[in-house]
Design a protein. Structure first.
Length: 236
């Protein structure tokens, strides 16, 4: 099958962005967006559909096995992982663009360092021994599968780079420790969670069905909100 792949917003941030299109052909139904991008970049003299020479397409990747989240981008208008989106499921024309909630570096490559900063802001670490509660072990395990890909932030109406609201990526990371902290140790982490996430979340749950790892967002939120906000205020 012949696929037309449009790369939106090509070039550096300083230059005027433009769309450049390429042809990729395969009969292998297992081929993904990542497969196509890797093949295109392997061509020494890459040309677009108009016969113009093209430079290699900049995009981020690492494991290409849906375990690291590095290859996140917008695919046909929705955020997803290039290694997880099969070409035959997307149609004959596929549009790729960089995540728009993060500073652009070049082509499909963006700077997602704000997510690491937000994890630090949310105090996602333990300074003492964890308290293992049987009732929340499934939630904390589920949260540990977060890829930090940024897909949930891309679709969130409340998140923007350098804003005060950390978004779901940080909240999921925080939930892993919030529910295992002792009350005294977690006091400041609870306040940070309430201030940096709980009060800024509009509860639209646009992130609910976009997670590549299929994390149960509803259950994660309920657990974190309960321990960091509801129970804390009730006991005051």
């Amino acid at each position: 099958m012949r696929f037309l792949i449009d790369i939106e917003r090509r070039r550096d941030p300083k230059d005027k962005p433009y769309i450049q299109s390429f042809i990729y052909e395969t009969e292998d139904r297992g081929h993904t967006v990542a497969t196509a991008l890797t093949w295109l970049n392997s061509i020494r003299d890459l040309k677009d559909t108009e016969g113009n020479s093209a430079e290699p397409i900049e995009w981020d990747r690492n494991c290409l096995q849906k375990k690291c989240g590095a290859c996140a981008m917008v695919i046909n208008g929705k955020p997803g992982l290039a290694c997880d989106k099969r070409l035959f499921d997307l149609g004959a024309r596929i549009t790729l663009s960089p995540l728009k909630k993060f500073p652009k570096v070049r082509d499909l490559l963006v700077d997602r360092s704000i997510m690491e900063k937000n994890l630090v802001k949310m105090r996602v670490w333990m300074e003492g021994n964890a308290s293992h509660y049987e009732s929340v072990k499934d939630i904390t395990y589920d949260a540990s599968r977060c890829l930090q890909c940024g897909c949930c932030l891309e679709i969130c109406p409340n998140f923007y780079d350098e804003g005060d609201f950390t978004g779901m990526a940080a909240a999921v990371g925080a939930s892993r420790v919030l529910m295992e902290m002792g009350r005294e140790e977690g006091r400041e982490a609870y306040r940070t969670y309430e201030r940096s996430f709980y009060k800024g979340c509009g509860k639209s749950l646009a992130c609910r069905n976009i997670c590549p790892a299929k994390i149960d967002i509803d259950r994660t939120l309920s657990g974190s909100n309960a321990v960091a906000v509801w129970k804390r205020h009730i006991k005051k």
